[in-house]
Design a binder for this molecule. Sequence first.
Ligand code: S3P
Length: 455
Amino acid sequence: MRPVKNPSALRSRPVSSIRGTARAPGDKSISHRALILGAVSVGETIIEGLLEASDVAATAGALRCLGVDIERLDTARWRVGGVGVGGLAEPSQVLDLGNSGTGARLLMGLVASQAILTFFTGDASLSRRPMERVTDPLAEMGARVTSRSGGLLPLSIAGATDPVPITHRLKVPSAQVKSAILLAGLNTPGRTSVIETLPTRDHTETLLRHFGAEVLVEDDANERTISVTGYPELQAVPVKVPADPSSAAFAAVAALITDSSDITLTGVSVNPLRAGLYRTLREMGATIDFENERLASGEPVADLCIRSCALRGVSVPASRAPSMIDEYPVLAVAAACAHGTTVLEGLGELKHKESDRLSAIAGGLALCGVEIEIGDNRMMITGTGKPPRGQTKSSAPVETHGDHRIAMAFLTLGAGAANPIAVNSAKSIETSFPDFAGFMNRLGADITAAGQQKS
Ligand code: S3P
């Protein structure tokens, strides 16, 4: 076997079909929140199905520095010894959240209303991402924030001694910002509210209720106000984490873009505020059935049954963006394999993710021979309905910019393209889906270290 130059470079070869039944790993958003709410509840929370990936491990590590006892009992089964609302200890180390925007921003909220001093840092990608959207409202609640210029990490938060409740209108539709403020509201007297004009994922609200907090949601024609009442006695309760719809999306799209495919993805969260991709794929002509719909710790869950089919281009409105914000890379892959033009609007936030996803998607698709145009906030992808060319023998691998979703999306495209597709680095996949290649290969994909054959 030839030596592998860059062991983190992966290649995905075209395959005839994707078939079988599998369960994607635990939902990343819910895993962070289960650890955090377990940490500030009273008693021992047992979490089943926790995502075991570096983003969630970073949150667990940070909570341990804040005095929380967290133990792995078994595969995906974790115990959190809660310290109660207001019971966090001042950490003696800097909290390093690695690549995790959710971990960093939610924990900023958690510490902002407790009189402790906390230092936050992260990797190069996280240190480029905007934090003022979170730290500005937390400062209004009384926290003192010192950051690098531009509000960037590393930063410190001296939590408020006498926190004050606020009503904050979100400037960007962000569940991370909403959650940070609601978490700060837990150790704040009175009612802390967040107003959103485009609804964002509501896992914090659902889990807060699951732990016994009082959460009020008021909807009117144009906006939604979410309020939490301070000083609840959160009680430890078991949490079942559903499979992550954002991770399941790669297998779903792989099945749609390869012939004779038929898969079942079990126990996936089908929360409507996360299901925008599945709605869009159906509009593109996909057959996706939600079977055995049920609830897991308050979250709607189903088994997804997906078969290969011809996709057509569609227009996706900006208002849908929050419900599929992490799925644009894999939707772009589906669009590249569809017949006609897909127009995606309202993509401004994609520039502030783990990479600038707008240009990362454009660069990768162009390299694979797909017609793509991007504007400030939009993207237009035109497919012929035939497999896209993929990489030429002489072309460089797709540049992932250290972004897990870009890496996984292009490896997914490799399954349905005319030629293999390699990505320059897939190390970032550790952040959300460490077994991605194994999971996809068990369903029939052919993803190997670049330069190796599937054994
Ligand atoms: C997340 C919210 C989204 C999403 C991120 C996870 C969450 O970010 O992109 O991967 O768990 O709240 P924004 O809230 O910043 O849009």
